[in-house]
Design a protein around this ligand. Structure first.
Ligand code: 0HH
Length: 206
């Protein structure tokens, strides 16, 4: 069975947990913590000294959250139908990563001073997603869900916690968020105690 090694937070693993559950891929979650366990037993085994780490059935080990998501996309036919669609997904995922990176830096390095400016700048960061999602009327590529939809959904999910109502001015983004949220497999994940009891970030801020 594939394993996912990470800490008990949503962080950079929740998008892949959601994808795996929604796609009916059975996997085992392994808690990399606490800190001493991580430092002694896990960190030295990670290619870049960090997790999440996904190890497939055949022992193929990957780290870097975006590489893991893209691998799952390739493996489970969630990467579009041609190179243009795949490239649209790459573009969207890079934009998701830009916004997630800004969020992570604010949460871990500059929460008190950075919170209000982040909220103020959020609309201009969400506008391009609105523009791109408006014509698709579904997921990023239209009817079929992709690996990037799970990543974008997870990003929106943590932004809604951080700034409730932040999607209200973006009807296409909001409809996208609600569409993914309503998927039975996504609900299945969210109804687990594992999900419900898990903090968003490792420092208690959200
Ligand atoms: N670019 C990488 C990716 O996208 C970044 C991964 C990363 O930052 O996959 N990993 C962090 C954990 S995410 C990591 O491995 C933050 C979760 C905080 C959980 C708190 C528990 C910490 C206990 C040690 N960090 C550990 C490390 O760098 O040693």
């Amino acid at each position: 069975m594939p394993t996912l090694v990470y800490f008990p937070v949503r962080g950079r693993a929740e998008a892949m947990r959601t994808l795996l559950t929604d796609q009916n891929i059975t996997y085992e979650e392994v808690n990399a913590g606490p800190r001493e366990n991580w430092v002694e037993n896990w960190k030295p085994k990670m290619q870049f000294g960090q997790c999440p780490c996904y190890t497939d059935d055949d022992g193929f080990q990957l780290v870097q959250s975006n590489a893991i998501l893209a691998y799952l996309g390739r493996k489970y036919d969630l990467y579009g139908s041609d190179i243009k669609q795949a490239s649209i997904l790459d573009m969207m995922n890079s934009a998701v990563e830009d916004l997630r990176g800004a969020y992570v830096r604010m949460i871990y390095q500059n929460y008190e001073a950075g919170k209000e400016p982040f909220i103020k700048e959020l609309p201009e960061k969400l506008q391009p997603f609105e523009n791109l999602l408006k014509p698709t009327k579904g997921y990023i590529l239209g009817e079929k869900i992709s690996w990037v939809d799970y990543n974008l959904f997870d990003l929106l999910d943590i932004l809604v916690i951080f700034s409730p109502g932040c999607l209200d001015a973006f009807p296409a983004v909001k409809a996208f968020y609600e569409r993914v949220l309503a998927r039975p497999g996504v609900q299945k994940r969210r109804q687990t105690d594992h999900f419900k009891n898990m903090p968003v970030n490792g420092n208690g801020k959200q």
